[in-house]
Write a protein that binds this ligand. Structure first.
Ligand SMILES: Nc1nc2c(ncn2[C@@H]2O[C@H](COP(=O)(O)OP(=O)(O)O)[C@@H](O)[C@H]2O)c(=O)[nH]1
Ligand SMILES: [Mg+2]
Length: 226
């Protein structure tokens, strides 16, 4: 993989159209492998974002939240947290379907709090008119403080907007979290947490000390002290 390719991970609830979007973005430039040690498919492909910029796109298994309740979900989580390894994504592309936007936004807000640059693609907009749904795109962008694009993966609409949003998102400075949990509750606790490692966001560190299924980046002693 050329060094300046933007690494993009596609994340979303099951059936939101991740694979359809993946296919539109990558065309025939894809390969299917396996995650080490498990039989879950890992699909990767290259997408030409502009004349000078490619992206390496990974189609992750569907997930409802980043609190893993299944093998698939724990794969998603591990991909998100390994900032130090070369496969870690530069940009997360969250795919939501327009009919279940509210439910989909739970996952989006969790990803956003990981402080990884995030693009939100709202898919299946071809259904909007029929379902009587309308979206104030500029208000949504402002409220979520995120690049938001409306697409129809099935009809190949908005795919260029996705590509442009990925580039903008990658260029922009680190995404800011939706809400600063540390400034709202128990500042002492979160200040102490922050001292564990400068390499992780506060939210990641919190997940590491509170979730038993988390990668052992935090030692057992550190876990116990929280
Ligand atoms: N109407 C509509 N259906 C779509 C669109 N994108 C995907 N779908 C359908 O949604 C279902 C799930 O799509 P898929 O890409 O497999 O979703 P995934 O589970 O997130 O990978 C399939 O039946 C797709 O044909 C879209 O833009 N519009
Ligand atoms: Mg899929």
């Amino acid at each position: 993989m050329p060094k300046n390719d933007i690494k993009v991970a596609l994340i979303g609830n099951p059936n939101t159209g991740k694979t359809s979007l993946f296919n539109q973005l990558t065309g025939l430039n894809q390969k299917v492998g396996n995650y080490p040690g498990v039989t879950v498919d890992k699909k990767e492909g290259v997408s030409k974002l502009s004349s000078t910029q490619n992206a390496l796109i990974t189609d992750l298994p569907g997930t409802y939240s980043i609190n893993p309740t299944s093998l698939d979900e724990s794969i998603v989580l591990k991909t998100l947290l390994k900032k130090d390894i070369k496969e870690s994504p530069d940009v997360i592309l969250v795919v939501a379907d327009v009919e279940n936007l509210k439910r989909n936004l739970l996952l989006f807000s969790q990803i956003k709090d990981l402080e990884i640059p995030t693009v939100l693609a709202i898919n299946m907009v071809d259904q909007m008119h029929r379902k009587g749904i309308s979206i104030d795109l500029s208000l949504l962008k402002k409220e979520l403080n995120t690049e938001v694009v409306l697409i129809s993966a099935r009809k190949n609409e908005g795919i260029n907007d996705v590509k442009e949003a990925i580039i903008r998102c990658h260029v922009a400075a680190k995404a800011s979290p939706l809400c600063g949990i540390n400034s709202k509750i128990d500042t002492d606790y979160f200040d102490r947490l922050k001292e564990i490692s400068p390499n992780y966001s506060l939210y990641e560190l919190w997940l590491m000390v509170t979730q038993s299924s988390f990668p052992e980046t935090v030692t057992k002693e550190e876990k116990r002290s929280f």
